[in-house]
Design a protein around this ligand. Structure first.
Ligand code: FES
Ligand code: FES
Length: 226
């Protein structure tokens, strides 16, 4: 049933907590929490994506649980505690998740980042030691068109370790993408047959997409053909 014109013209006022501060806000009654945050409270860190509950860009925490703010009426947030990305940093600096996202390059255009950060924060609040699989599952409702996801999952893993008090650093291949040979100059690449190219000529062949003769003729177990 379509909303009546009276409802569309009406205004509502609610009291809630936003990022730990008590807030009173008036807004057109039909507005979603996403619209109230962005348009009436000027908290534009929460992103407006699909507006269909598909992309996760609008995720915020309501009473500590991740919700898609495009699917929640502002009116439904009377008395609730809402946390947005603006509330993640504290006087002591960025939240560990924000730091590891920046450190690992887990944010590129950044449009998806607030939703990922808050969803990840809810995960780590509930489970300080998630497995890689649990991180993937928790973030399955958030879409990123830039990063390929791996750096996001690794950033959450690293932040979790630091929040547990571990002296954790990013893995070398997370930052640099590959290993290097003993000279430190040549990347050690996967030759495509399960072996690793380590000499300059092998590396060059792999980079050209042309395995050298030995690699081509070698059997998978490393034996020469008869
Ligand atoms: S804008 Fe809410 S899920 Fe996409
Ligand atoms: S960083 Fe661009 S959409 Fe995720």
């Amino acid at each position: 049933m379509a909303p009546s014109n009276d409802f569309l013209r009406s205004k509502s006022s609610i009291s809630l907590h936003v990022n730990g501060e008590p807030v009173e806000v008036s807004f057109a009654s039909y507005k979603t929490l996403l619209e109230v945050l962005r348009e009436d409270l000027q908290l534009t860190g929460t992103k407006h994506g699909c507006e269909l509950g598909e992309c996760g860009a609008c995720a915020v925490l309501v009473d500590g649980r991740p919700v898609l703010s495009c699917l929640v009426l502002g009116l439904a947030c009377q008395g609730r505690a809402v946390e947005t990305v603006e509330g993640m940093a504290s006087a002591s600096g960025l939240h560990p998740l924000q730091k590891t996202f920046a450190e690992l390059g887990a944010a590129q255009c950044g449009y998806c980042t607030p939703g990922f950060l808050l969803t990840a924060q809810a995960l780590l609040d509930a489970n300080p030691s998630p497995t890689f699989r649990q991180i993937q599952e928790a973030l399955a409702g958030n879409i990123c068109r830039c990063t390929g996801y791996i750096k996001i999952y690794e950033a959450v893993e690293l932040a979790a370790a630091r929040l547990r008090g571990e002296d954790a650093s990013p893995r070398r291949e997370t930052l640099y993408g590959t290993d290097f040979d003993d000279s430190g100059l040549l990347p050690v690449l996967d030759a495509g047959n399960g072996s690793r190219a380590t000499s300059g000529s092998e590396t060059a062949a792999v980079l050209r997409g042309q395995p050298d003769r030995k690699t081509e003729n070698e059997k998978p177990d490393g034996r020469e053909p008869r």
